[in-house]
Design a protein around this ligand. Structure first.
Ligand SMILES: N[C@@H](CCC(=O)N[C@@H](CS)C(=O)NCC(=O)O)C(=O)O
Length: 305
């Protein structure tokens, strides 16, 4: 039986759990508190990061991306039409670009701050870096998440799923990271109706079910976290139980919300203010310099000064 060393609110571990469930694999879950630097775990992954998959006679497989590639290489063909990494090179590049976006960029700008400050630090001893959360970092994450939601909405307005016409690793990574923020009540779903509709589709997959039952001692998940009908319960502009926003449409299309200046916008120089935009995005907030543009069906980044 495969073993997964994970933490319930580590977004990379959540991604792997959803992926394994899509393959029909139910691993033995071993919860790892990385800050404890357990010797047996460090021997599996000297980088001291979750997740790590231990599968049969293979050496320990560390990291979300490596695990996803391994599963595709060994079992991907068996999924047929449901394969999570496309066969064509261009499709694979696009999935990998978005995997990097969510497992790297989104993590650095949003989910890492939220999970470290609100969850890990609660369980860490003072000498491990534990203590009260740094509100400046949490505010940075709450500000940054808005443009990521708009990017998801932008992609799903043109495609059925994030990387193309079928569900891929890109959707599962994005949803895994968002699910951590959602657990903590930090997703402003009213930011983008198309993103909310897309998340409802991923969240209602059977592979997501186990995540919705996750609990962490001392932390109560947000009210709508496990609610599959959260599109209705979180209505227009985030008001609970409100009517569905007239701007909301069926999955895959959206009416763009007008851009407006955020009251909680961060000043330039704050931790990890987003550094990217995409063609068709709204005007940048706070004059942040445009660094990269990603075309709708392109995996290229066009760097400008
Ligand atoms: N590149 C790794 C990153 C994994 C990662 O950053 N894991 C976090 C938890 S989600 C971790 O173990 N952090 C511990 C630390 O930074 O000390 C992957 O894609 O899986």
């Amino acid at each position: 039986m495969a073993k997964l060393y994970h933490h319930p609110l580590c977004p990379h571990s959540r991604f792997v759990r959803i992926v394994l469930a899509e393959f029909g694999i139910e691993p033995e879950l071993i919860e790892e508190r990385i800050f404890d630097r357990r010797r047996e775990f460090l021997m599996l992954n000297p980088a001291a990061l979750t997740p790590v998959l231990v599968d049969q006679m293979m050496p320990a497989i560390p990291g979300a991306g490596i695990i996803a590639e391994y599963l595709d290489e060994t079992l991907g063909l068996g999924l047929g039409e449901r394969r999570l990494l496309p066969e064509d090179p261009a499709g694979r590049v696009e999935v990998r670009r978005l995997l990097d976006w969510f497992n790297g960029k989104f993590f650095e700008e949003v989910s890492s701050y939220l999970v470290t400050e609100k969850v890990y630090k609660r369980f860490m001893a003072a000498e491990q870096g534990g203590g009260s959360p740094d509100m400046q970092l949490i505010r940075a994450a709450r500000s940054n998440i808005r443009y990521h939601l708009r990017y998801i909405g932008y992609l799903t307005a043109q495609r059925n799923w994030l990387a193309g016409e079928r569900l891929t690793y890109a959707d599962l990574a994005a949803a895994a990271h968002l699910s951590c923020a959602d657990f903590l009540g930090d997703v402003p779903w009213s930011e983008d109706e198309a993103a909310k509709d897309w998340y409802a589709r991923v969240k209602s997959r059977p592979s997501f079910r186990a995540l919705l039952a996750d609990r962490v001692p001392g932390i109560v998940p947000a009210e709508a976290y496990a609610d599959l009908d959260f599109c209705r319960t979180i209505g227009a502009r985030g008001s609970r139980l409100g009517p569905k926003n007239s701007a909301s449409t069926s999955a895959g299309s959206s009416v763009r919300m007008p851009f407006r200046r955020r009251r909680n916008a961060l000043p330039p120089g704050s931790p990890k203010v987003p550094q990217a935009t995409w063609l068709g995005s709204p005007r940048l907030e706070r004059g942040v310099a445009i660094r990269a543009c990603c075309g709708p069906r392109s995996a290229r980044s066009l760097f400008s000064a």
